[in-house]
Design a protein around this ligand. Structure first.
Ligand code: MN
Length: 226
């Protein structure tokens, strides 16, 4: 049997000071090394707790632990995406979306400007801790907006995330104090559209492979009946 997997903090694909002035070096350090690391540690501690309970035959508090796993793994996953969908301004960050993501946004929203306006409003109107997100519905092919509460609530199950913006107070307060809208507006200077486009290509490409597998008549007979 292979070793069980655990989560680890991903390294940033740029230096801690490289996203300034969107976010300062100090803020990025606290956010990545402090907050994100904590979600990783808590998720792993919960997995270890569940592993231990299984090996000694005891019962964990399933409701509590499963909900805490959702929060902490959600936090880890969203932060990993957030770091990866940004790049220093002018060095991969900023500009306008092209390729598949450019086409998807034009088709759904009418224009990039309209998409930006809607996404920004989703981010501005988060009431407490949460995220603004663009996700892809693989059934309709539509890119849709989500306002995720905490790290795990109000998401649409099965939708694949393309672009996320952290609007928890810890994401901006050190640099912007109560001016969340100013932080949200500056986000566009660091969005790495190439990375977002790769995700969209990967999701749509992977989906095509999956659906071919599921319905391909040449392989249908090998699926055992139960
Ligand atoms: Mn955060």
């Amino acid at each position: 049997m292979t070793e069980k997997g655990f989560y680890s903090l991903p390294k940033l694909p740029y230096g801690y000071g490289d996203l300034a002035p969107f976010i300062s070096e100090e803020l990025l350090r606290v956010h990545h090394d402090g907050h994100h690391q904590k979600y990783v540690n808590q998720a792993n501690a919960l997995l270890e707790k569940l592993d231990k309970a299984r090996s000694d035959g005891s019962m964990a508090n399933m409701k509590c632990d499963v909900q805490a796993l959702s929060f902490n793994i959600g936090g880890h996953h969203l932060h990993s995406l957030y770091w990866a969908n940004m790049a220093p301004a002018g060095q991969g960050g900023g500009g306008t979306p092209g390729g598949l993501i450019g086409d998807l946004l034009d088709k759904e929203f009418g224009s990039y400007e309209r998409f930006k306006k809607e996404f920004t409003e989703v981010a501005n109107s988060v009431e407490s801790s949460g995220w603004a997100a663009l996700a892809l519905c693989t059934e309709t092919g539509r890119p849709l907006l989500m306002q995720i509460k905490d790290h795990n609530l109000y998401t649409i199950p099965g939708f694949r995330l393309l672009l996320v913006l952290d609007v928890w107070e810890h994401a901006y307060y050190l640099d912007y104090k109560n001016e969340k809208a100013r932080y949200n507006a500056r986000f566009w200077d660091v969005v790495n559209w190439e990375a977002v486009d790769h995700r969209a290509e990967h999701i749509i490409g992977g989906e095509k492979v999956e659906s071919r597998k599921a319905v391909h008549p040449a392989t249908a007979h090998v699926i055992p009946t139960r």
